[in-house]
Design a protein around this ligand. Structure first.
Ligand code: ZN
Length: 212
């Protein structure tokens, strides 16, 4: 009975995607999310948070990456692999953690839209780190990172070049909606792209997800 239950759980874990919010769920900062399928981890955003008046002596707040350190290090003995990181837009609560967190992790490819990548690379340079974020154009089509297929979707926000992500996995599809605001007259003249939502309507959103 116990063995059968164990096998059922193991099978479910192989056929589902685990979703973790490393920055917690109680506020809107420290954005850092993991999508995990089998032994592959896709990271979305790497932001910081801001201390409130009760946190004397605290300069900034960071997501808790203990799970990543345990699973992905040391290289060679790790049980899981980070296949990449996607940055949705250039606000501090989405990219501000990069200089503090990247040096602690093994290397993996990072991607962001043109302005997001530029701001993230500037931030890394400010901390004397290599500019490793690669640029993705919204017209580039899909990005393949391990078992994950990703489409960047342009959305309007209070910063240009913001993205939502359509993430396809072998067991179902996810729409990762980060910050946005519907702006019918954006200053940069680039409009909220609703086409992907429409063209992908036939592909059901998802599936079996495990919160952990
Ligand atoms: Zn934002």
């Amino acid at each position: 009975m116990v063995e059968a239950r164990k096998q059922k759980i193991e099978k479910m874990q192989l056929e589902s995607v685990k979703f973790l919010a490393l920055g917690g769920e109680e506020d809107v900062t420290r954005n850092m999310y993991l999508y995990e399928f089998q032994d592959q981890i896709l990271i979305v955003d790497c932001g910081l948070g801001f201390p409130d008046e009760t946190m004397l002596g605290v300069d900034l707040l960071l997501p808790d990456i203990t799970y990543l350190l345990d699973a992905c290090l040391p290289e060679g003995k790790a049980t899981k692999k980070i296949v990449g990181m996607l940055l949705t837009h250039g606000h501090e609560d989405h990219i501000g953690g990069l200089p503090f967190i990247l040096p602690q992790l093994p290397s993996f490819p990072l991607y962001g839209s043109p302005l997001t990548a530029a701001l993230a690379n500037d931030k890394l340079a400010e901390f004397k780190l290599q500019p490793v974020v690669q640029t993705v154009q919204f017209t580039d089509g899909v990005l393949q990172l391990g078992a994950f297929t990703i489409t960047f979707i342009h959305v309007t926000h209070s910063i240009p070049d913001a993205a939502h992500l359509f993430i396809e996995t072998p067991v179902g599809n996810f729409y990762h909606g980060a910050d946005y605001k519907f702006d019918l007259t954006p200053a940069c003249k680039r409009y909220h792209d609703r086409r992907p939502h429409a063209t992908r309507k036939s592909e059901p959103l998802t599936p079996r997800i495990r919160y952990a």
